[in-house]
Write a protein that binds this ligand. Sequence first.
Ligand code: ATP
Ligand code: MG
Length: 420
Amino acid sequence: MLTKAPKGTKDILPQEIYQWHYIEDTIRRISKAYGYNEIRTPVFEHTELFERGVGDTTDIVQKEMYTFLDKGGRSITLKPEGTAGVARAYIEHKLYADPQPVKMFYLTPCYRYERPQAGRQREFHQFGIEVFGAPEASVDVEVIALAMTLFKELGIKELALKINSIGCPKCRPDYHEFLKKYLSDHLDELCSACKDRYEKNPLRVLDCKVEGCQPVIKGAPHMLDHLCQECSSHFDDVKKFLDAAGFEYIIDPMIVRGLDYYTKTVFEIISDSIGAQGTVCGGGRYDGLVEECGGPSIPGVGFGLGLERLLLVMQSQDIQIPKPTACDIYFATIGEKAREKAFQLAQGLREKGISSDMDHVGRSLKAQFKYANKLGARFVGTIGEEELIGGQLRLKEMETGEEESVAFDQIADYLSARRN
Ligand code: ATP
Ligand code: MG
């Protein structure tokens, strides 16, 4: 128990962290290119924020939250997603008084009490973006474009972009009635969760994954056929901007998204190469969210993208992430005086940002070379009595086996010049 991480969590080990850094660096670079700034919000919030900001008829709030009382008796929840906290911060710091829209991105761990399986963990990581204060369809497509550009930069192929519109508080109630009427004729064919959804939020029946519900879902009326004028022209604009940017997409009337406060545009980006948990990115517009969380009536749009699933897709497509050089130079030493010298030289190089290492456990010279190899050191410099007297050492480039004599005080210049 003590030596096993909790169920549904995973350590990210030093030898694999470069993959995360690569993805995170790419995310930061692309977000900047689109004009998005990073926001960091707490890992825990008041439970009520998620009940409102995610919606209390959702699976997340009903079944999946890590909620506990803190020592002061407050109900606290570990964030199950990133949007609610960002909306709270936008309101708390009155970011709506700044020039709009406010465009933000986040990288955060999320916590959901779910049954762990491939692509589904209890602690996982999301990249997300949020735009508050922009009602136009162009920004819906900017959000989608940012995600698509990320996939492209990472070399990912064969992802399907699916879009839909789920209307707004003006047109959805009529459609709800229509849908309810249809579902009421099929209630006994639905699972028990769907019977409950039928009462509370019938749209979410369409999101049910239970096999037995599928025939009923297939025959259900579509929100797309019931959009009001405003939602319908917004959806037309979304398609127009998607076409302008050259993105292929599929209109899928069954996409409704898990969260309650979505309006108009919803979308998912799906891979069929990682099994059942194929949705890598999901998002849409939530014009009611900021107000629901206690702020002014301000539109919002964004997405959440699962980093574990992103890595799974990259692995399934055999995409190689470049491994950075772990160590520029390793000093192999013979004797205590040489160790002292190596320590001094390594310190000087490290201060210059050149990664340097040496033996700390009393290995033989041969074992030091073996270890340097394992570290992936680019050069190894051996220091013994002769080198101490001469003030220079032979630097061996491990890949080519080439050797060259370099004075102690020239090592930094030599390595900098040899950097690719
Ligand atoms: P799913 O239908 O797979 O349960 P969701 O609708 O609950 O997904 P969102 O709330 O939209 O997912 O979260 C956005 C993204 O976060 C998902 O598309 C997915 O990539 C990732 N994600 C969600 N839940 C998990 C989890 N438990 N483990 C790993 N990644 C997750
Ligand atoms: Mg889920």
